[in-house]
Unconditional design. Structure first.
Length: 287
């Protein structure tokens, strides 16, 4: 109650730390703590809900695997989803609270990539249109990685950045914590860009494969003089689209230079595309 007191504007860090200590000391601490926090986050008082979210994030960073395990269960995730859903408390929860809840869940998808239920919960929110786009995490809010960090964390691939982050987070100087936050944000941004590249590559290669397959079918019918006027228009539209896909494949190839497997996949798709365009020019355009 003290840590989430809506009458205070600043966080009571002493109380929050004592709360974390109690969670760690009690065998059932994570379970009870999350029940209490869910209730506070659903409070109609904006201040109380926001303080509770700060306590939650602090627990994530200080209360270890037992807390992470309980937090990643649908039992608790559903309580957060209720704050966002118009079927539950979303109709009267403030935009500020809903924004913070979205940020919290999104940040967990980054720091806990192995927790399938967190990923599923976030994707469900996006699919239902409750979350329109990934939030941009504010630079003035400290979001250190949980301790201990989970395996497959995005910092595992860069030892120097991991060491720098650990040093900054141990500091008591506000400017060091802000620097830590900026570092986290930059790494998250890099990871999002990589994820977007992978998604673009997969979608483009899939489109190339489907278009080439359809063009082959239509060209075969064209050779037999069995192509209807409507299918002829479809074939022309596919040709135009495939021509536009070629420069996109070249751009994807330039992004994937360091990834031999991805580059090979792109070049293979390019070969198929070039073959289909060549066939079209030979069979249709020449006539």
């Amino acid at each position: 109650d003290e840590a989430t007191d809506p009458s205070i504007s600043e966080e009571n860090w002493e109380c929050i730390q004592r709360f974390c200590d109690q969670v760690n000391a009690d065998t059932e601490g994570p379970l009870f703590a999350l029940r209490l926090l869910a209730h506070k986050i659903q409070s109609p008082q904006e201040g109380e809900a926001l303080h509770a979210l700060t306590v939650l994030e602090t627990c994530v960073n200080n209360c270890g695997d037992r807390f992470h395990s309980e937090m990643a269960k649908f039992r608790f995730l559903n309580e957060l989803i209720k704050v966002l859903s118009p079927k539950y408390y979303g109709i009267w929860s403030s935009e500020k609270v809903k924004s913070r809840v979205t940020e919290v869940i999104f940040s967990w998808t980054v720091w806990f990539p192995q927790e399938v239920k967190i990923q599923d919960a976030y994707q469900m929110l996006k699919k239902q249109g409750i979350v329109k786009e990934d939030p941009k995490l504010p630079e003035d809010k400290i979001l250190p990685p949980p301790s201990p960090r989970p395996q497959n964390s995005i910092f595992d691939t860069d030892e120097e950045k991991a060491k720098l982050l650990a040093r900054l987070l141990k500091s008591s100087h506000p400017e060091d914590l802000q620097a830590a936050n900026r570092l986290i944000q930059s790494v998250i941004k890099e990871e999002q860009e990589k994820s977007a590249q992978v998604s673009r590559r997969a979608n483009t290669i899939s489109e190339v494969s489907e278009n080439v397959k359809r063009m082959d079918e239509l060209l075969e019918n064209y050779r037999r003089h069995e192509l209807s006027p409507a299918d002829q228009e479809t074939l022309q539209a596919l040709f135009r689209r495939c021509e536009k896909l070629r420069p996109l494949l070249f751009r994807l190839a330039s992004e994937a230079v360091a990834d031999e497997e991805a580059l090979a996949e792109i070049l293979q798709a390019n070969d198929k595309l070039s073959g289909a365009l060549g066939q079209y020019r030979q069979v249709v355009a020449s006539q």
